[in-house]
Design a protein around this ligand. Sequence first.
Ligand SMILES: Cc1cc2nc3c(=O)[nH]c(=O)nc-3n(C[C@H](O)[C@H](O)[C@H](O)COP(=O)(O)OP(=O)(O)OC[C@H]3O[C@@H](n4cnc5c(N)ncnc54)[C@H](O)[C@@H]3O)c2cc1C
Length: 374
Amino acid sequence: MTYDVIVVGLGAMGSAALYHLARRNVRAVGLERFEPGHERGSSHGRTRIIRHGYFEHPSYVPLVRRAAAMWRELETASGRPLMTVTGIVEIGRPDSILVTGTLAAAREHHLLHQVVTAHELMRRYPAFRLPQDNVAVIQPDGGFVEAEAGIRAHLRLAVAAGADIRTGERVVSIEQHGEQVTVRTERASYDAGSVIVAAGPWTASLFPDLALPIQVTRQVLLWVRPGQPELFRPGWFPVFMIESDHGIHYGFPLQDDGLLKVAKHHHAAEVIDPEHHQRLVGADDETLITGPLFRMLPAAAGPVISAKTCLYTMTPDGDFVIDRLPGRERIVLASPCSGHGFKFAPVIGLALADLALNGRTTVDIRRFRLARFS
Ligand SMILES: Cc1cc2nc3c(=O)[nH]c(=O)nc-3n(C[C@H](O)[C@H](O)[C@H](O)COP(=O)(O)OP(=O)(O)OC[C@H]3O[C@@H](n4cnc5c(N)ncnc54)[C@H](O)[C@@H]3O)c2cc1C
């Protein structure tokens, strides 16, 4: 079978790329080894934080702005709410990475924000019990996007615009010969003018000759029934991130099922093989999250009702890789998104479609070139 573009992997990035290809009347197919929305990769667990004052680096701010506008466009196109603005509070000591990085981005890009003491934050949100020396950066435009629903929306619209989707079909090799790329799966062989590889944690295994600088780490998400649910009510309580001596913990307002979703960024930093890793969540995992968090957020303390693992695909510098493969320019790589990529899915999808069709994009992806590792 022959296509203009093949997309390998239909998680956050692949589904968005397929949508942007299909909108341009390109003959495109998405190949996915599992079913979209599955729980073995990086894009499940219902919600993902979107934040503008980007503590990792101010250069992400224009990308977040564009992504936020594109989530709104996707809501309109799909007729389904996909982004909820709750405000976000980012808490830590004044010299913490979270606070200094968030403030640097907010100031450089003139983002709406306010800095308050721990005392003032606890007055506004009595759920917190924070060390006196902490401060909080409050940004009104933070919130969350819908994870699986976002993927479904991109895929539904991609199919409506003419894209093909083949699920339960694992890609085993991707080879460029001259102007053509051949993708082999366990069932069939496909040819295309270009291929977008959005295989998330499995990216490195598709290019064993490249020694891509990627490590996959196991993360854990918990849903707890908080002791004082009224202090987390949606529409009032914000998304939060707290940096302490125990790392960065984060959480969301109360879900409609009365549960709070909480986690630790870079859970145990345990490097794993995405084919074989422990998907059961143990008592040690729970303690890594609830131990420090329930001390800083005692109103959240309560039984763990549900838990899932999820994978981060990390580069050494924590930035993404969005690039054409050197010497194989018809293969476009879209990963790894180092634990903070979901919010950007619409704009990354656009950039990937541009790269696959034109070899270049107006989205500023200079920070994400592969050459930085050579
Ligand atoms: C616990 C957790 C919390 C996070 N929180 C946030 C957050 O708050 N905000 C944020 O912006 N980001 C967050 N992220 C990061 C974000 O979710 C990821 O960057 C994003 O989901 C990565 O999407 P992806 O498409 O690259 O990977 P995936 O969603 O894993 O998609 C890759 C797809 O490729 C398929 N695939 C792989 N190999 C093959 C093959 N050989 N053949 C066919 N198909 C294949 C897989 O089955 C999979 O469906 C979080 C991640 C985790 C794990």
